[in-house]
Design a protein around this ligand. Structure first.
Ligand SMILES: Nc1ncnc2c1ncn2[C@@H]1O[C@H](COP(=O)(O)OP(=O)(O)O)[C@@H](O)[C@H]1O
Ligand SMILES: [Mg+2]
Length: 273
């Protein structure tokens, strides 16, 4: 991989400039990412968005997984437009947004958008332009990104204020999560990284896996990450996926819902302090 900090610095500068020009009440940007795919990013971030909205926050959820976008599929919705239409100046940002459950707004992507794009950089810049314009209208902007540690995907993830890295207890997922964390620390000065352990058998296992990863981070990188939460294996998640209704709505009292509510509560609390 080529190591070049310029791109991430530019993106960050772009966002920070915006922060200083419009001082008050700009949405906090939280990106979810992972090293390995299929570890639960999209299900988690969609339900987190709903949990925050239930608590009175204005939330925009962006589907920025250019390869395998599927927030629309989880909700059984059929957005008319996707970001590539915005890039082609065929629509305005407002036309792109779709209303989701419990008042969340969704900026959809469409699988295969990447195929019709001139290049990924341009696509990411269009996405950043779009959400920068919307920052004043929301409390939180949550970004679902693709997995993997290519330069461009990491730079994009680092345009957020906070990065949530999600892993499962499987050794392959752990190794890839560590690789992601390493690159995040390499390419940004002091990124705010929270680690989420999904598909844990118990909370105890979640803690053990977190400690294991954090020890490696401390030992090899001389940094540390924060345990943002554990989500247990819960059959209500695949069931809700099949029914295309988010589990936090369909099964509000499930263990997975309780975990996501707890993560939402800690993020909101942290931002109040
Ligand atoms: N905590 C969990 N318990 C059970 N199944 C889960 C859990 N989290 C995710 N899944 C399942 O894992 C699959 C991948 O989840 P998804 O959110 O699409 O991952 P990603 O966005 O990282 O590719 C889905 O089919 C979902 O039903
Ligand atoms: Mg996904």
């Amino acid at each position: 991989m080529t190591i070049n900090k310029t791109q991430s610095q530019k993106l960050k500068q772009y966002i920070d400039n915006d922060k200083t020009t419009k001082k008050s009440n700009l949405a906090k940007l939280i990106a979810i990412t992972s090293g390995k795919g299929g570890v639960g990013k999209t299900n988690f971030i969609l339900n987190l968005a709903i949990a925050m909205s239930i608590r009175g926050k204005k939330v925009l959820l962006i589907d920025a997984d250019m390869n395998l976008s599927n927030i629309d599929v989880l909700l059984g919705i059929y957005p008319q437009y996707s970001l590539s239409n915005l890039m082609d100046d065929l629509i305005t940002v407002d036309q792109l947004l779709v209303e989701g459950p419990r008042g969340i707004s969704i900026m959809p992507a469409s699988s295969g958008d990447i195929m019709v794009m001139k290049n990924i950089k341009e696509y990411q810049q269009a996405l950043i332009n779009a959400y920068t314009e919307l920052r004043k209208d929301y409390d939180y902007i949550l970004i679902d990104t693709g997995a993997g540690i290519s330069d461009l995907s990491v730079d994009f993830v680092l345009s957020a204020d906070k990065v949530l890295v999600i892993t499962t207890p499987e050794p392959t997922a752990i190794t890839d999560a560590y690789a992601m964390i390493k690159v995040l620390f390499y390419r940004a000065k002091s990124p705010d990284i929270g680690l989420i352990i999904n598909l844990a058998q118990t909370d105890e296992e979640g803690k053990t896996i977190f400690n294991k990863i954090n020890l490696i981070v401390q030992h090899f990188l001389n940094k540390s990450v924060v345990h943002a939460g554990t989500i247990p294996h819960d059959s209500s998640i695949p069931e809700s996926v099949k029914e295309q209704v988010p589990f936090i709505i369909k099964r509000p009292r499930s263990v997975a819902s309780a975990s996501v509510h707890n993560i939402a509560i800690s993020i909101l609390k942290e931002d109040k302090e």
